[in-house]
Design a protein around this ligand. Structure first.
Ligand code: GLV
Length: 323
């Protein structure tokens, strides 16, 4: 019997390609540049399975041309790039990669948090520019974290991991979430449940960890920035459209908030010109999960999900359409 065909839409770690090759014929894009929508459809036409990256838009236009497709394994925990409802209607399984990127992402939220609150980037430029002549008492003052409030929007795995790190830094941690989490989790993370308005008004650092969906799009916009402390910082390692990017740039430029650490953008890879020009802003190119270990685990998990579905077994990490 002919082996099934697995489409891999852009470069992924070799280990995962090797695993897939044991079970399938692999049609891999070896470039770390995504296919155009037309190229994607062309390759999907003969595919039984697809390992997709978050830069691929996967929905009915593609499904209509992919009669054999049984599974789309997204190499990401977020899956807003996939129309899960359209996939379900066609009986196509969708999977994601939860759990394996929790610590890498939480670490990177903290990397942005520390970089922006302690002026790491301007300080680095200062030294490189040859301007460090002697120790200064009054320059580069940042914000102290201990005893300040760390607010977390979205208290799933990553939000909780960010909270644990916050506790280690001596911060008071509050969170908001569609549901209050179990008391044991609150005790272990040291986090207290509050409503969105309290979170926004009381946070000294507000870190976003919600999935992108209709309820969280523009979770922060002009009205929310107006409620924040002018000394507050915003960190986003979730999804760009969770923040109204133009409103964020306005808040930074007007002094409505003090700074931001941003890894994700509304229209990636485009970044609002006003955000690029905003003060006290650390920007990264969507790399929160980018450690060698984590990216390898993510790709292996996607490959394992594909292999399970092709063998007629339930995948370990299915995602279901939201009600
Ligand atoms: C990365 O952004 C992910 O959702 O895994």
């Amino acid at each position: 019997m002919a082996k099934p065909i697995v489409l891999v839409t852009r470069a992924i770690p070799q280990e995962a390609l090797d695993l897939l090759a044991v079970h399938a014929t692999v049609d891999a894009n070896v470039a770390d540049v995504g296919y155009t929508p037309e190229e994607l459809i062309l390759h999907a036409q003969s595919a039984d399975a697809m390992v997709a990256l978050l830069t691929d838009r996967v929905g009915e236009p593609l499904f209509a041309h992919a009669p054999k497709l049984k599974v789309v394994a997204n190499v990401a925990v977020g899956y807003d790039n996939i129309d899960v409802g359209a996939a379900a209607k066609r009986g196509i399984t969708v999977t994601n990669t939860p759990g394996v990127l929790t610590d890498a992402t939480a670490d990177f939220a903290w990397a942005l948090l520390l970089a922006v609150t302690r002026n790491v980037l301007p300080a680095d430029r200062y030294v490189r520019d040859g301007r460090f002549r002697e120790w200064m008492m009054m320059e580069f003052h940042g914000a102290e974290l201990s005893r300040r409030t760390l607010g977390i929007a979205g208290f799933g795995r990553i939000g909780q991991a960010v909270a644990r790190r916050g506790r280690g830094f001596g911060m008071h941690v509050v969170y908001t979430n569609p549901r209050q989490v179990a008391q044991a989790v609150e005790e272990e993370t040291g986090a207290r449940f509050v409503d969105k308005e309290t979170l926004i008004a009381t946070s000294d650092v507000l870190s976003l960890h919600v999935p992108l969906n209709a309820a969280t799009r523009h979770f922060l916009s002009d009205a929310e920035f107006a409620l924040m402390k002018p000394s507050a910082y915003v960190i986003n390692t979730a999804r760009g459209p969770v923040i109204d990017e133009a409103a964020l740039a306005r808040a930074l430029n007007s002094g409505a908030i003090r700074g931001a650490g941003i890894d994700v953008y509304e229209r990636e890879p485009v970044v609002e010109a006003a955000l690029l020009a905003a003060p006290n802003t650390v920007l990264a190119p969507h790399i929160a999960s980018a450690t060698t270990e984590t990216r390898t685990r993510m790709a292996m998990m996607a490959a394992e999900n594909v292999i399970a579905v092709l063998a007629g077994r339930p995948p370990v990490n299915p995602v279901v359409p939201q009600a």
